[in-house]
Design a binder for this molecule. Structure first.
Ligand code: GAL
Length: 812
C-alpha cells in the first residue's frame, strides 16, 4: 500500500506527512538520531545520556564506512551449495565491513497530544537485525528478521515528548553476503483514529479484465463498526473513473467490486497506475482516508503456453539483485534505486528478483512506476542451516508472521507477479522439506490467491524424487541447464523458470589471455576476464541460458545472477584477501556497465541497436600477439578492421553457443591504432559502425553526471562518472590515477566507487583510484536549493568541475 499526495512540512526536524488534518498524520523519524555501537545497558531508558553519541540520519548503515578488515566475519566453511566438501577460510564473504555486533539508536521526538479515540503506530520498513524496541523506557516490541517490515501499536506508551531506543544485534556467521547494519530503511509514526482502516488493510485485485471493462475488487479491513466506506478510483491524470459507497461490512471487512471502463493496463512497457481513495465514515464523520496505488493487469501461467501478461505470452528478461547499493551500502535511497533501474531499463531488462529477501517498498514503488515485473523473495534458509546463525534460528517461530507481513505490505504492487518462498534451501532434501514447501506456499495462497509461488531450486534431482518440485506453482531452476529437459518431463506444471541463471564472472575492463572458457579460474591480480567466458562449477555462460530461452517454448524466462555487483561473496576469490565484493554483476559495484551489459542488451533491448567492441585497444607490450576481438550486437553480421585492414566478416551461426550470440574474431594480432567494426543488416547493407582507439597518456579528467538537476531534499543523488582522456580526447581504459574530490555549495560529497572488487579504499573518503580508467562519485543535495560544484583533481591531470543544481520540491 502506498500513500500519495504528501505535504512535507519540516517540524521539529521530522518530516510530517499530512494526509488529511482530521484523520491521519505520518511522521518520518529521519533526523536527530543518536547512534553508538556496543552494548549500552541503560540506553533504553529515557534519562540515558547519549550526548556523546554520533548524530545520524535514518536510513543509516553503520558498517559501510569501514574500514575493510579480513578478520571480520571470517567464515571457515565448506559452502555445500557450491559443491565444497572441505571447510576453508572465506575472508570477504560478507563484505569484510564492520557490521557484526550490537548497536543502539535513540531518538527524542515530540508529538501532538493524543486525543481519546486516537491510535499511534510505530512502523519499521526493516532493521538489521533482531531489533528490540523501547519507547519511554518500556519495551514495545521486537522482530528478528532484518529484512521485513513490521509495526507496533504504541498508543499506550506514547506521550507528547518521547524517547525511542532501538537495540540491534548482528551475529557473526549469519549471512552469505553483506547484509548491512542498522536502521537502513524508514522508521515512521502514524497517528490515526481507532476507528480507521487497518494498517496494510487494503487489498486490491483485478479479477476480470477486457478491453472495455475491468472489475476492481477492493477489500478494506477496518477497526470498529457502524461504518460507511466511500471508495473512488482515479486514473493517472487524477480523474475519478469509478466511485462506490457501501455500508455492508462482512465482519471487519468491506468488499467492493468497482468497474473501470476502457482500462489502461499495466505492463513494463506501459506502467499505467491508478489510485484508490478510501474514505471511512462513522455517522457522517470522516474517520480515515487513505490513498493506494494499484495497476490493472492480468497474469497467467499455463502449461505448454507459459507466462502471459495481459494476454501476451512473454519471457522474463530478469536480473537478481541483492539489496546493497554499492558505496552507500544498504541505507535505502530512492535516487540510487532509480539509477539502477534506469540502467537496467536501457539494457532491456523487464524483471527483478529480490534475492533472497523482502524488497524495499521504495524499490517496489519504482518498479510499479518505471515498469518492471517483480519476483518478491522471502528467505535464503528455512529450518535447515546454510550458515550457523542464519534464519533457521527463527524459522519455526517467525516464518508465518514474516510471510504475512511481506504479503500484506506489498500485495497491491502491480509489479509483483510471483512470490518466492525460498532460495536453494537445504530443506530441498527430505520429507520435512516437502511439507515446509507446501506449508509456506499455502500461506501465500491464503493471503494472496492471485499470484503463484516458486522456490529457486539447486537440488533438482532430489526435488524430482521427493515431490518438492512437483508441488510448487512454478518450478524454479537455479542453473542446472543440463536438467531443464528432464525437469520439464518430470514436473507436472508444464513450464520451467530460470529462477537464477549464468553466474558468469568478470571484472570491468580487465581482459586475460589466452581467451578461453574456464571454470572458477583465478589470476594473480584477483580479477576475472571480461571476455565473458569464465563461470563457476555450478553455473554456466549467458549463451547457454539464451539457447534454452530461445529454443524451448516452455521456459518462461530467466533471472540472471546478478544485475549489479554486490558487497560480499567474492567468488572465485572467496578465499583470497583483499577480494570483498562480487564479480557476478552485469554492471560493477559502481553501476558501470561491464561488457556483459551489451551482450544482454543486444538481445533484450529490442527497440535500440547495440554495437559494442571488446577488449579496449591499449595493449602496450602485446604487439603482434593474438588479441581476440568480440562484438556484442543485435546485428547478425559485421566486418572488423584493424588500422584499416579487414579482419573478415563474421556471421552469427550455430557452431557453438558463443558463435550463436557473439561475433568473434579469434586471430587478431594486436597493433596499436584503431579497431573498427562495421555492422550489416539482413540485406547486407552497412548500417552502423563503432571504433575504439589506442589512447595516449592520461591528460584531462572528464565528468559525466547522470542528472544535473536534483531535488533539494537532503538525500537526492547525482552519480558522476569520471574518466580520463589523452590529449586527443581518447578515453584511457587502463588509467589508475589517484583522484581527489570536493563539493562546494548546496550539496556534499557522499561516496565514490570504482568497481574494483579488491579495493580497500573507503567509499566515503573523498579520494579514490581509477579502476580500468573509471570511477563514479555520488554528490548529495542539501535541503537548501542552489548550485553545487564538484571538483576533481589528480596529479598531472587537468582538473575538472561540474555544476549541479537543486530545486525545492513541494511534494514527491
Ligand atoms: C547461487 C545462490 C546465490 C549465489 C550464487 C552465486 O547458488 O543462490 O545466492 O550464491 O549461487 O553463483
Amino acid at each position: 500500500m502506498r500513500n500519495l499526495q504528501f505535504i512535507f512540512v519540516a517540524l521539529f526536524g521530522f518530516i510530517v506527512t499530512s494526509f488529511n488534518a482530521q484523520t491521519r498524520t505520518e511522521i518520518e523519524l529521519k533526523e536527530g538520531w543518536k547512534f553508538a555501537k556496543g552494548n549500552h545497558e541503560n540506553a533504553y531508558q529515557s534519562a540515558f545520556n547519549d550526548s556523546k553519541w554520533q548524530t545520524v540520519t535514518v536510513p543509516h548503515d553503520w558498517a559501510i564506512y569501514g574500514p575493510f578488515d579480513q578478520e571480520i566475519d571470517k567464515q571457515i566453511v565448506a559452502i555445500e551449495q557450491n559443491g565444497e566438501k572441505i571447510a576453508t577460510e572465506k575472508t570477504g564473504r560478507t563484505g569484510a565491513l564492520p557490521y557484526i555486533g550490537e548497536a543502539w539508536y535513540r531518538n527524542n521526538f515530540s508529538m501532538p497530544q493524543i486525543k481519546p479515540g486516537q491510535k499511534v503506530l510505530l512502523t519499521f520498513d526493516g532493521a538489521m537485525s533482531e531489533p528490540r524496541i523501547y519507547l519511554n523506557g518500556k519495551k514495545v516490541g521486537e522482530w528478528n528478521y532484518g529484512y521485513n517490515y513490521f509495526y507496533f501499536d504504541i498508543t499506550d506508551v506514547v506521550t507528547t515528548s518521547n524517547t525511542l531506543a532501538v537495540k540491534l544485534t548482528n551475529r557473526e556467521l549469519s549471512s552469505r553476503w553483506y547484509p548491512g547494519a542498522g536502521l537502513y530503511r524508514k522508521v515512521k509514526i502514524i497517528i490515526k483514529n481507532e476507528e480507521s482502516i487497518k494498517h496494510w488493510g487494503t487489498y486490491i485485485t483485478t479479477p476480470f479484465i477486457t478491453q472495455d471493462l475491468a472489475k476492481v475488487n477492493i477489500k478494506t479491513k477496518v477497526s470498529g463498526n457502524q461504518f460507511k466506506l466511500i471508495t473512488k478510483i482515479k486514473d493517472a491524470s487524477g480523474n475519478v473513473v469509478s466511485a462506490d459507497t457501501t455500508t455492508t461490512c462482512f465482519g471487519n471487512e468491506f468488499d467492493q467490486n468497482m468497474a473501470v471502463k476502457n482500462p489502461n493496463l499495466w505492463s513494463p512497457e506501459t506502467p499505467y497506475l491508478y489510485t484508490t481513495i478510501s474514505q471511512l465514515y462513522s455517522n457522517d464523520s470522516l474517520k480515515d482516508e487513505i490513498t493506494t496505488t494499484f495497476g490493472i493487469r492480468e497474469i497467467k501461467y499455463e502449461a505448454n503456453k507459459g507466462f502471459s501478461l495481459n494476454g501476451n505470452i512473454r519471457k522474463f528478461k530478469g536480473v537478481c539483485l541483492h539489496h546493497d547499493l554499492g558505496p552507500i551500502g544498504t541505507a535505502i535511497n530512492k535516487a540510487a534505486l532509480r539509477r539502477q533501474l534506469t540502467i537496467l531499463k536501457d539494457m532491456g531488462c523487464d524483471a527483478i528478483r529480490s534475492s533472497h529477501n523482502m524488497p524495499s517498498l521504495e524499490q517496489l514503488e519504482l518498479c510499479d512506476e518505471m515498469g518492471f515485473m517483480f519476483l518478491a523473495e522471502s528467505f535464503d534458509e528455512w529450518a535447515k542451516p546454510k550458515v550457523d546463525n542464519g534464519y533457521h534460528l527463527f524459522f519455526e517461530t517467525d516464518v508465518e508472521k514474516d510471510l504475512v507481513n511481506l504479503i500484506h505490505a506489498t500485495r497491491n504492487h502491480p509489479s509483483i507477479v510471483m512470490w518466492s518462498s525460498g532460495n536453494e534451501v537445504p530443506d530441498q532434501w527430505g520429507a520435512d522439506g516437502v511439507k515446509r514447501a507446501k506449508r509456506l506456499q499455502d500461506i501465500f495462497h491464503r493471503e494472496d490467491p492471485t499470484r503463484p509461488v516458486t522456490v529457486g531450486m539447486d537440488q533438482v534431482k532430489a526435488t524430482m524424487e521427493s515431490g518438492f518440485g512437483a508441488l510448487l506453482d512454478i518450478p524454479g531452476l537455479n542453473y542446472r541447464v543440463h536438467l531443464y529437459e528432464e525437469a520439464f518431463e518430470k514436473f507436472p506444471q508444464g513450464f520451467i523458470l530460470g529462477s537464477e541463471t549464468a553466474s558468469t564472472v568478470s571484472s570491468r575492463g580487465i581482459y586475460k589471455f589466452p581467451v578461453e572458457k574456464a571454470v572458477s579460474k583465478q589470476y594473480d591480480d584477483f580479477q576475472s576476464s571480461s571476455y565473458d567466458l569464465e563461470y563457476c562449477s555450478w553455473s554456466n555462460l549467458p549463451d547457454d541460458d539464451f539457447i534454452l530461452q530461445d529454443d524451448k517454448p516452455w521456459v518462461i524466462g530467466e533471472f540472471v545472477w546478478t544485475g549489479f555487483d554486490y558487497l560480499g561473496e567474492p567468488t572465485p576469490y572467496d578465499e583470497q584477501w583483499p577480494s570483498r565484493s562480487s564479480y557476478f554483476g552485469i554492471n560493477d559495484l559502481a553501476g558501470l556497465p561491464k561488457d556483459r551489459f551489451y551482450l544482454y542488451r543486444s538481445r533484450w533491448n529490442t527497440s535500440d541497436n547495440t554495437l559494442h567492441i571488446l577488449p579496449h585497444w591499449n595493449w602496450e607490450g602485446r604487439e603482434g600477439e593474438t588479441t581476440p576481438v568480440f562484438v556484442y550486437t543485435n546485428y547478425k553480421s559485421a566486418e572488423l578492421f584493424v588500422n584499416g585492414k579487414s579482419m573478415g566478416v563474421q556471421k552469427k551461426n550455430n557452431d557453438t553457443p558463443q558463435n550463436r550470440y557473439r561475433l568473434m574474431w579469434m586471430d587478431v594480432k594486436y597493433q596499436p591504432g584503431t579497431v573498427k567494426v562495421v555492422a550489416f543488416d539482413d540485406e547486407g547493407n552497412m548500417v552502423a559502425e563503432k571504433e575504439v582507439r589506442t589512447a595516449g597518456k592520461p591528460y584531462k579528467i572528464i565528468l559525466e553526471p547522470d542528472r544535473t538537476i536534483l531535488k533539494a531534499n537532503g538525500e537526492d543523488l547525482a552519480f558522476v562518472t569520471i574518466s580520463v582522456v589523452d590529449k586527443e580526447g581518447n578515453v584511457c581504459p587502463t588509467a589508475t590515477n589517484q583522484l581527489k574530490f570536493s563539493v562546494t555549495g548546496k550539496g556534499r560529497y557522499r561516496a565514490a566507487c570504482n568497481g574494483d572488487a579488491t579495493s580497500l579504499e573507503q567509499f566515503h573518503l573523498p579520494t579514490m583510484k581509477l579502476f580500468s580508467g573509471k570511477l563514479v562519485v555520488l554528490v548529495q543535495s542539501d535541503k537548501e536549493a542552489g548550485d553545487m560544484r564538484l571538483t576533481v583533481t589528480g596529479k598531472g591531470l587537468k582538473t575538472a568541475n561540474v555544476i549541479l543544481k537543486s530545486e525545492k520540491i513541494e511534494s514527491e
